[in-house]
Design a binder for this molecule. Structure first.
Ligand SMILES: Nc1ncnc2c1ncn2[C@@H]1O[C@H](COP(=O)(O)OP(=O)(O)OP(=O)(O)O)[C@@H](O)[C@H]1O
Length: 593
């Protein structure tokens, strides 16, 4: 599985390929988008009128001393400025609304994609990075539409109009005013490359910082247990310093950029003053023309600055869009066509081999069978591949060789929802969502309250639910307001409620005290009752109750049989059994005195 593109910015400004993919997202809101585009030339148009009015007022009223025409011009100026205000409001409202809709759509489909990606994809992803994808990256795409493309089109329209009107009024003066433009473009071009580099660095460092915060806060218990606070602070400072370093570089370059543009703007005004002043004195131009030119040059350099600064927005947005599309391009969890697998829950592992990463085999030629209703215990040292086998049965990963079959069907050919409706799972570290007890225990909302309470009672979770305040009781994220034994009991109740023909129980008794352990064991026995059960077992006392025991060693089945048969064989299982018996005896003796 290919990992998602990192947070480095790879592309140049706006890649046409990416833009082409982005356009369908605008299509549903095309009316608003077109309205915002249609308003742009009108805005540019009303922006070029005021200097003309000022020119007229100076040349035809102020200088000749004709006061009567001034009032209508002032009134017209106010009216035009009001129209400009209204047009700008309408245009920016349309553009922002479209941007918000596009962001909401992108967020929705990206989240939906995340919900459908295979487990193996998540093995590669720092959680902070996934969050960045759905937050900052999508915000940047909003900028692409709002402050990027549309306003760039507006800037170009304004520039063209001002350019034409200046040439229409006075060609020599226009050429003087535009003389600085090539110089300005040269400076912008020379600053663009370092600005792009620093922007890339800034985004990458921000993503690293996000991933660090996310990882350390989710592992807060380990941070505190191992007194890692200071070390985390130091690491955070290092990351933060490099982020700040890039941010300062960015601020410096940006300030340099705006300052140079400002200087060129002032140079243009000075040149107009020098050339235009001479023309006014010689009578070749009117005083109103000079004032209008100064006003136009200010209006000309504003969108030019704006346009140049859009490069960084376009580039950031382009990179964000590229990463979002990369996420959307990831393949969904593969689905099989079989959506019915009638039978009573027979499971076969048939010469199954599997590796998470090429050349690092985790399972090799594993074969054993669970007959319908049979209870099979999986035993083996840590890392021997027990959980991996259960993940294959649940369809989270596919075997590289061999087959895992349920009721005779290869699980990879089955529809995943159907498969997981038939195979329940109580994991070693059970997960509960924030919300109420009912929604957690009956996610499909299939049973009424009394049936739910019966199942809860049967698995020994009655007291836990009662303490939480019944089915409407509140659970916090991860079920953190419960002990691990209580969480386990609730998850056993959930499995009982879903009532699958096959159940996987991952024993999590290593961190439970004696009483809780007995409660959880009893719950496990209830859930296992009458179902095909694959039980990962650490305490062999539980294995001894199973109908069949499979012992894994380094990803291979090293022996299998009943408890009695394996003890008689005096192999690995018998060895583990003796060790655990000795441990239990010495614990008992210590307790006695
Ligand atoms: N998502 C993964 N990506 C890569 N390697 C993995 C992944 N999950 C497990 N492994 C590796 O596969 C091997 C088997 O792991 P598995 O979790 O199946 O062992 P286990 O027998 O269940 O161990 P335990 O009893 O400690 O839970 C281990 O070496 C582990 O490092």
């Amino acid at each position: 599985m290919r990992p998602i593109v990192g947070d480095e910015i790879k592309g140049r400004h706006l890649d046409s390929r990416i833009l082409k993919r982005f356009l369908p997202f605008v299509r549903p809101y095309r009316r608003l988008a077109v309205t915002s585009l249609v308003l742009l030339p009108f805005i540019s148009l009303v922006r070029i009128v005021p200097p003309l009015l000022i020119k007229k007022a100076i040349d035809e009223n102020i200088l000749p001393g004709d006061l009567t025409g001034l009032l209508p011009i002032a009134g017209l100026l106010i009216a035009i400025l009001c129209v400009e205000g209204l047009l700008v409001f309408g245009q920016s409202w349309c553009v922002q609304v479209v941007g918000q809709y596009i962001m909401a759509d992108l967020r929705r489909i990206s989240f939906a994609k995340l919900m459908r990606l295979p487990r193996s994809w998540y093995d590669w992803q720092p959680s902070g990075r996934i969050l960045t994808r759905l937050t900052s990256d999508i915000e940047h795409v909003g900028d692409l539409f709002g402050s990027g493309i549309v306003s760039a089109i507006g800037d170009v329209a304004t520039l063209v109009m001002i350019f034409i009107i200046m040439l229409t009024i006075n060609v020599p003066l226009s050429l003087v005013a535009f003389a600085v433009v090539p110089l300005m473009i040269a400076v912008i071009v020379s600053l663009r490359r370092p600005m792009r580099r620093v922007m890339r660095q800034l985004r990458a460092r921000q993503a690293t910082l996000n991933a660090f915060i996310s990882e350390r806060t989710s592992g807060i218990a380990e941070v505190q247990i191992f007194s890692q606070q200071q070390r985390c602070d130091d690491e955070f400072d290092t990351l933060q310093d490099s982020y700040r370093h890039s941010a300062l570089n960015w601020v410096t370059l940006e300030a340099l950029f705006y300052a140079s543009v400002h200087i060129f703007g002032s140079l243009a005004v000075a040149a107009i003053l020098w050339k235009g002043g001479g023309e006014v004195i010689q009578g070749a131009a009117t005083f109103g023309t000079l004032v209008a030119f100064i006003e136009y040059s200010r209006k000309f350099f504003m969108p030019l600055t704006d346009l140049a600064s859009k490069f960084s927005i376009l580039q950031t947005s382009n990179a964000s869009l590229e990463r979002i599309f990369d996420l959307l391009d990831q393949k969904d969890e593969p689905q099989g066509a079989i959506n019915e697998a009638p039978g009573n829950g027979r499971v076969e592992f048939d010469r199954v081999s599997f590796a998470y990463q090429t050349d690092e085999p985790v399972l090799q030629q594993v074969s054993f069978t669970l007959d319908a209703g049979q209870r099979v215990a999986l035993v083996g040292e840590t890392g021997s591949g027990k959980s991996t086998l259960t993940q294959l049965l649940l369809g989270f990963y596919a075997a590289d060789q061999g087959q895992v079959r349920l009721n005779g069907h290869d699980v990879t050919t089955m529809d995943k929802a159907v498969l997981r409706r038939m195979v329940g799972w109580v994991s070693q570290e059970p997960f509960l969502f924030s919300g109420n007890v009912r929604d957690n225990l009956d996610p499909q909302n299939e049973l009424d309250d009394s049936a739910l309470l019966d199942a809860i009672e049967a698995t020994g979770a009655g007291q836990v639910v009662e303490r939480l305040g019944g089915l409407g009781g509140t659970l916090v994220e991860h079920g953190k307001n419960l002990s691990s034994g209580e969480r386990q009991l609730l998850c056993l109740a959930r499995a009982q409620i879903l009532n699958p023909p096959v159940i996987i129980l991952d024993e999590a008794t290593s961190h439970l005290d004696g009483d809780s352990e007995e409660l959880v064991y009893a719950g496990m026995r209830t859930v296992a009752g009458g179902r095909t059960t694959l039980m990962i077992v650490h305490h062999l006392r539980l294995a001894a109750e199973a109908d069949h025991i499979v012992v894994l060693h380094q990803g291979q089945v090293c022996e299998q049989g009943t408890h009695k048969q394996l003890l008689a064989a005096d192999g690995r299982y018998a060895h583990l059994w003796r060790i655990q018996q000795l441990e239990a005896r010495s614990e008992y003796q210590q307790e006695q005195g």
